[in-house]
Design a protein around this ligand. Structure first.
Ligand code: SAM
Length: 298
């Protein structure tokens, strides 16, 4: 571990969210399956790359922890894909999910799901010796856990700064090849707008970077407003992948999630066209199953 920077406690934004309550849920499944595909694609070139996680969380999760056991959200996510109660995954989808699920399986060698990788551990398992991981987490306690998890990994730099500063100060990466995951807690009312602004600032510094931006879906109007704002940025190559586990019509409830992938690997759209309908069917919590991919693939 190379670098740690502290923030003054008085300057912390609202930070009630702890990812331990949600690790392995349907949102993580979409985010982590796509992140694994992006990393695998970028590894096709031998030159080193940098993974920047602006909201890293604690890195790895114990599904038997008090937090996890309280919500059991993972049972509606990763638990529906692997584990004794999950039905087999069709072979073509198993191949698409393999980079992600192989890491989850490797953490659970006895077969029973006990551990789940956060984005930092997933990336650390998939990346190579010369690649670099920059993991930023603002919550002081979670940052301490994250630091302990990667204490022996010399590829990892841990930061504790506000994510909006991170996207400005860390880009462009020295390697000029990189993946930036922007995965906020969405505790603030205007966080979608903040994220759109952060993406705009990031793209000014690193126009060729691959960015993954995760967002929650409760009802659709704020999401459409967010995408209208993103459209204004005039990004050339961009994929929107939305997954609904319930009809997206109630602002009080998390009904789905989405991922915006800027400068995606050219193979990703085709894979998402197969993956999204499968995940929508497998992870749905009611009669409605839904997904959306823009631009659509035939
Ligand atoms: N990326 C993680 C994963 O997939 O395993 C999950 C991240 S979780 C959704 C969001 C994290 O952002 C929380 O751990 C929270 O403490 C942290 N966070 C909240 N506000 C932040 C800020 N302004 N800057 C950096 N991190 C922040």
């Amino acid at each position: 571990m190379l670098l740690t920077r502290a923030v003054h406690p008085g300057s912390l934004p609202r930070m009630n969210y702890r990812h331990a309550y949600h690790a392995g849920n349907f949102g993580d499944v979409l985010k982590h399956a796509v992140l694994a595909l992006v990393i695998e694609h970028m590894k096709l070139k031998p030159s080193p790359l940098r993974f920047i996680d602006t909201h890293a969380g604690i890195g790895a999760y114990d599904l038997g922890s008090t937090a996890s056991t309280k919500t059991l959200e993972w049972q509606g996510g990763i638990g529906r894909l692997i584990g004794p109660a999950a039905s087999p995954i069709p072979a073509d989808l198993a191949a698409v999910l393999a980079p992600y699920l192989d890491v989850v399986r490797s953490l659970n060698p006895a077969g029973r799901l006990k551990s789940y990788p956060g984005s930092p551990l997933l990336a650390a398992r998939l990346l190579r010796r010369d690649d670099v991981l920059v993991l930023n987490e603002l919550h002081p306690e979670d940052q301490g856990t994250l630091r302990a998890t990667f204490a022996r990994d010399a590829r990892v730099k841990i930061l504790c700064i506000d994510a909006s500063l991170a996207v400005k100060s860390l880009l462009p990466p020295k390697e000029r090849r990189g993946i930036v995951l922007i995965d906020p807690a969405y505790e603030e009312r205007d966080e979608l707008q903040q994220v759109a602004r952060a993406l705009s600032a990031a793209l000014r510094r690193f126009a060729t970077g691959t960015f993954l931006l995760w967002y929650p879906i409760k009802d659709l109007p704020p999401i459409e407003a967010f995408h209208a704002e993103i459209d204004q940025l005039g990004i050339g190559k961009c994929l929107r992948a939305d997954l609904y586990t319930r009809a997206p019509d109630t602002p009080e409830r998390l009904n789905g999630c989405g991922l915006l992938v800027v400068n995606p690997p050219w193979t990703l759209g085709g894979k998402l066209a197969r993956l999204l309908p499968f995940l929508a069917g497998r992870l749905k919590n009611g009669p409605a199953e839904g997904w959306r991919l823009d631009p659509p693939r035939s």
